[in-house]
Design a protein around this ligand. Structure first.
Ligand SMILES: Nc1ncnc2c1ncn2[C@@H]1O[C@H](COP(=O)(O)OP(=O)(O)OP(=O)(O)O)[C@@H](O)[C@H]1O
Ligand SMILES: [Mg+2]
Length: 485
C-alpha cells in the first residue's frame, strides 16, 4: 500500500500525519529497502519532544499534543510504508555485508519550511531483516545519550542530525555494557538523509552500477541541487562531499568531540553527523583519547578523526568510480587537508575570541594554544569557558593579567608554555584597535558555552532517571544546552 492509499492519512487530526511527506526514496524502487512493520510496544511514555524543531516543520508547539507524538512516533499509526534501508559498510576496516537498518526504518521524508527534504528515521523500533541476532531495540540510556549529543553538537555549530522525540517503550533489554535488564525506548531522528557511504558500497558489492547511478542522481537532485544542472555534476558532487566532510570533522575537533564509531555505515552522504553511540567529549586535549571501550587499538580516537574520514572518502571512490573519473576524485580528495585546516583554524580562533586575525599571528596563537592544552591537561571546555567568563579589557595592560582571575592553573611542567601563551595573547590584543574588545568578549561568549556534555555530566543526569525516574535534571541539562547556558 502506498502512502496515498493509507486510510484517513490526509484527514488525520494528528499534525504529524498531515506534513508534506514526499516519497523520494520510496519512488527509487525496492532495490534500496525492505518494507517492514513496527514493533507493538507494551508502553508509550513520551520522555522528550524537541519543540525547537516543530516550527521548521510548519507546526506550532502549542498545538501539538503529547498524544500526537505517541500515536505517530511510538505507535506508528497511519504511516506506510515503513522502509528498512539496505546498506553495507567497513567496520573497523573490515567489510561487513550483514548490515542495514536492523533496529530502525525510514518513517517518512518531509519537505520542511526551509525547502529542504528531511528524513524521519527511527531507532529502536523493532526487528527487521537486518537485525541479525539483535533485538531491534534501543536502550533508554542510549536514547538519552543520542538526544543530548545531537543538541549539544548543534548548539556548538556542528552540522548534525537532531532528535525529534524519544518514547519509553516498556521492554526489558539485556546489554553487556549497561546494568541489565535495562529500559527501552524508540527515538525519531530528523536528518538530512539516511543514505550512507555504505549504501553505495552495498551496490558496488552487488556490481550494480545502474543502481549506483540512480541513487547518485537522487542524492544530487535532493541534497546537492545547485549542482544538478552542471555538466560535470558527479565530480562536483564528490568534491563538495569532500569539503563537507572535512568541515564536519573540523567542527567535531574544535568542539572537542570524539564520535567513536566512524565506520562507513555511519558516514552520511550529505556530510552530516549522526549516530551517537559510545561518543565522548574530551575531558582534556589528548589526540589519543578513545571513546569506545571496544576500540581496542584506538582506530577512531579523537586525533585520528580527520585521517579516518579522509580514508572513508577514499574508499567511497570504489563504488563511485563506475560514474566518476578516478583522477577527478583523487584531485578532489587532495583538497581535504586544506578544507580541514581552514575550518579548524577559523573555529578555534572564534573559540579564542577572534573572527579573524592576520595570518602569522593566527597560526602562532593556534599552535601555542594546542601545545598548552596538551601539555597542561587543563579541562578543554573549562579553558575556553574560563576565557569567556573572565575576559577583560585589563588583559591588554599586562600579560600577567591574562586569565589571572580564572580557575586555570597550569601544571608545573606547563607553566612556561602558559606564560608564552599569555604574552602572545596580550600582544595580539594590543595589536588590535581598542574598540574590538567588546566584540572579542561577545565572540568568546557565543562560542564557549558553560555547559559541556562530559561523561560525568551525562552520568549525573542518568543516575536520577535510573534510581527514581526523576527526569528533571535531564530537562534542565537540555534547557541549558539549548539556551547556550
Ligand atoms: N539492538 C540491535 N538490534 C538489531 N540490529 C542492531 C542492534 N544494534 C545495532 N544493530 C545493527 O548493527 C549495525 C551497526 O549498528 P550501529 O550502532 O552503527 O547503528 P545504529 O546505531 O543501530 O543505527 P544508526 O546508524 O542509524 O544510528 C546496524 O546495521 C544496526 O542496525
Ligand atoms: Mg550506525
Amino acid at each position: 500500500m502506498t502512502l496515498a492509499e493509507t486510510p484517513n492519512y490526509k484527514n488525520s487530526s494528528n499534525p504529524f500525519l498531515s506534513l508534506n511527506y514526499e516519497s523520494a526514496l520510496e519512488s527509487l524502487g525496492d532495490d534500496y529497502y525492505d518494507e517492514v512493520a513496527a514493533e507493538e510496544f507494551p508502553q508509550h511514555i513520551l520522555r522528550w519532544r524537541n519543540d525547537t524543531l516543530l516550527p521548521r516543520l510548519g507546526l506550532d508547539p502549542q498545538v501539538v499534543k503529547d498524544e500526537d507524538f505517541i500515536t505517530a512516533f511510538g505507535k506508528f499509526q497511519g504511516r506506510k510504508p515503513l522502509l528498512a534501508l539496505r546498506y553495507h559498510g567497513y567496520q573497523f576496516g573490515e567489510y561487513n555485508r550483514q548490515l542495514g537498518d536492523g533496529r530502525g526504518f525510514l518513517y517518512g521524508q518531509v519537505r520542511a519550511t526551509d525547502g529542504e527534504l528531511y528524513d524521519f528515521g527511527t531507532k529502536g523500533s523493532g526487528r527487521t531483516p537486518y537485525s541479525r541476532g539483535g533485538d531491534g531495540m534501543l536502550t533508554l540510556k542510549g536514547g538519552v545519550r543520542e538526544v543530548l549529543a545531537a543538541e549539544a553538537l548543534h548548539h556548538l555549530g556542528v552540522r548534525t542530525s537532531r532528535c525529534l522525540s524519544m518514547i519509553e517503550t516498556g521492554l526489558p533489554l539485556w546489554r553487556g555494557d549497561e546494568p541489565s535488564p535495562t529500559r527501552s525506548c524508540v527515538m525519531i531522528r530528523m536528518s538530512s538523509s539516511h543514505i550512507r557511504f555504505g549504501t553505495f558500497e552495498r551496490l558496488h558489492f552487488f556490481q550494480r552500477p545502474d543502481l549506483t547511478k540512480k541513487l547518485l542522481d537522487h542524492v544530487i537532485e535532493q541534497y546537492y541541487r545547485h549542482l544538478s544542472a552542471e555538466q560535470n555534476k558527479y565530480a562536483l558532487f564528490y568534491a563538495e562531499l569532500v569539503k563537507r566532510v572535512a568541515e564536519l570533522v573540523a567542527q567535531w575537533m574544535a568542539a572537542g568531540f570524539c564520535h567513536a564509531v566512524l565506520n562507513t555505515d555511519n558516514m552520511s552522504i550529505t556530510g552530516e553527523s549522526f549516530d551517537y553511540g559510545p561518543y565522548a567529549f574530551i575531558p582534556t586535549y589528548n589526540p589519543s583519547f578513545i571513546a569506545a571501550y571496544f576500540d581496542y587499538y584506538g582506530r577512531y580516537c579523537y586525533g585520528n578523526q580527520p585521517s579516518i574520514c579522509q580514508l572513508n572518502l577514499q574508499m567511497l571512490q570504489e563504488p563511485l568510480k563506475a560514474i566518476i573519473e578516478k583522477e577527478e576524485m583523487e584531485a578532489a580528495l587532495a583538497m581535504f587537508d586544506e578544507y580541514y585546516q581552514a575550518e579548524y583554524s577559523s573555529l578555534m580562533l572564534k573559540k579564542l575570541g577572534f573572527e579573524d586575525l592576520p595570518h602569522p599571528e593566527a597560526g602562532e596563537l593556534l599552535n601555542l594554544t594546542v601545545e598548552f592544552l596538551k601539555d597542561s591537561q587543563v579541562g578543554y571546555h573549562q579553558f575556553f569557558y574560563e576565557m569567556a567568563r573572565t575576559f577583560s579589557s585589563k588583559w591588554r595592560d599586562e600579560p600577567g593579567f591574562v586569565l589571572n582571575n580564572s580557575d586555570i592553573v597550569p601544571a608545573p611542567g606547563a607553566s612556561g608554555v602558559f606564560d608564552d601563551w599569555c604574552i602572545l595573547y596580550h600582544q595580539i590584543l594590543n595589536d588590535l584597535e581598542s574598540n574590538r574588545i567588546d566584540i572579542i568578549a561577545q565572540t568568546l561568549a557565543v562560542h564557549n558555552p558553560k555547559t559541556a556534555l562530559l561523561r560525568p555530566v551525562i552520568e549525573s543526569i542518568w543516575e536520577p532517571i535510573a534510581q527514581e525516574d526523576n527526569w528533571q535534571p535531564f530537562y534542565d541539562l537540555i534547557n541549558a544546552i539549548q539556551s547556550r547556558g
